[in-house]
Write a protein that binds this ligand. Structure first.
Ligand SMILES: [Fe+2]
Length: 276
C-alpha cells in the first residue's frame, strides 16, 4: 500500500508544477522567499482556470495554540464526535485541507515554508485515489474500495453539518477525481447499515498504515509544496521548534465543485453564507 505515498519532485517553473500535479498529484517549487512570490507562483500554476486564491492560515506554534483553544472548547456532538486540532508535537492525521467545507474545499493547496523546524515537522503525502485503486486490485480489500466508491457518507466535522452526502471517492463534474479522508468521517445520520461504520474504520486504518509506513520528506525555507487537494492527503510529523513558519494557501479553479465567495474559517467552519 505504500505505493500510494508520494514524494514530490522539485520543479522550477509553474508549468512544470502543473504537469507534475496532473501526473502525480504534487510538486515542490523552490526559491520562493516571500509570501508575494509564493502567491504569484501559485497563481501561475492555476493559470487561466484560477477563480480564487489566497492565504488560508499560518501554521506556527503561536497560531496553533490560539486556534486549538477555541476548538477544544467546542462541545462533543450528538454522535460522540469531538473536534481537535491535535498537538504540534504529534504526527498530524492525514487529511485533505478544507474538509469541513465539503464541496467548497479548495481543489489546490500550496504549503509555503518560510522557515522549517530545526528538526521534525517533515511532510507526507498520500495519493488517496491511487490507494483505492490498490485496494480494488486485491481480492482481500476490493469490498473496501467498492464501499469508498459507491456509498454516501457524512463528510462533516462535529457540530458543523454539511448539506450533502457523498462517497469517499468520486469523479466530480469537471472530470477531476476526488478521494477524501479526515478523522471525523461518519455514516449518514440515521443510517441503518451497521457495516458502514466498519468500512469507515477500515478506511481509517488503511490511511493510518500508509501514513506511518510511507516515506516523508522535508520542505526547506523558500520551498512550496503544490498539491492536488482533491486527490492527495497531506500532513506533517510532530515538531517542537517554536520558530517554524509555514503558510497554507488555498486555490480554487474552474475544476472545483463549488467556490466560496469569502475566506473560509477553519476554527468555526460554518457553511452558511458561503454561496453569497
Ligand atoms: Fe492541512
Amino acid at each position: 500500500m505504500t505505493e500510494a505515498s508520494v514524494v514530490p519532485e522539485r520543479i522550477d517553473t509553474p508549468q512544470e508544477a502543473r504537469a507534475a500535479i496532473s501526473a502525480r498529484g504534487a510538486a515542490v517549487a523552490q526559491g520562493l522567499h516571500t509570501e508575494e512570490d509564493a502567491l504569484a507562483f501559485a497563481a501561475e500554476v492555476l493559470g487561466d482556470k484560477r477563480i480564487r486564491l489566497g492565504r488560508q492560515f499560518e501554521a506556527s506554534m503561536r497560531n496553533h495554540q490560539r486556534e486549538a483553544a477555541v476548538v477544544d472548547a467546542q462541545p462533543v456532538d450528538e454522535r460522540g464526535r469531538k473536534r481537535s486540532f491535535g498537538k504540534p508535537g504529534e504526527r498530524m492525521t492525514a487529511h485533505n485541507d478544507g474538509f469541513a467545507f465539503g464541496d467548497y474545499a479548495p481543489d489546490h493547496l500550496f504549503l509555503w515554508c518560510k522557515r522549517p523546524a530545526e528538526s521534525g515537522g517533515d511532510s507526507f503525502l498520500v495519493d488517496a485515489w491511487k490507494l483505492t485503486e490498490l485496494l480494488a486490485a486485491d481480492p482481500a480489500t476490493a469490498d473496501l474500495a467498492e464501499f469508498c466508491r459507491t456509498v454516501d457518507i457524512d463528510h462533516s466535522e462535529p457540530n458543523f453539518a454539511q448539506s450533502t452526502y457523498a462517497p469517499i471517492v468520486r469523479v466530480v463534474p469537471s472530470g477531476r477525481v476526488q478521494a477524501r479522508y479526515h478523522p471525523y468521517l461518519a455514516p449518514v445520520p440515521g443510517s441503518t447499515r451497521p457495516a458502514d461504520a466498519d468500512m469507515l474504520a477500515r478506511w481509517n486504518d488503511t490511511v493510518l498504515h500508509v501514513r506511518d509506513t510511507g516515506p516523508m520528506f522535508r520542505a526547506e525555507a523558500g520551498e512550496m509544496i503544490c498539491v492536488d487537494n482533491y486527490r492527495l492527503l497531506h500532513g506533517r510529523d510532530g515538531y517542537t521548534d517554536p520558530a517554524r513558519e509555514l503558510y497554507s494557501i488555498w486555490g480554487w479553479t474552474t475544476d472545483a465543485v463549488a467556490v466560496p465567495v469569502q475566506q473560509l474559517d477553519i476554527v468555526e467552519p460554518d457553511l452558511a453564507g458561503l454561496t453569497g
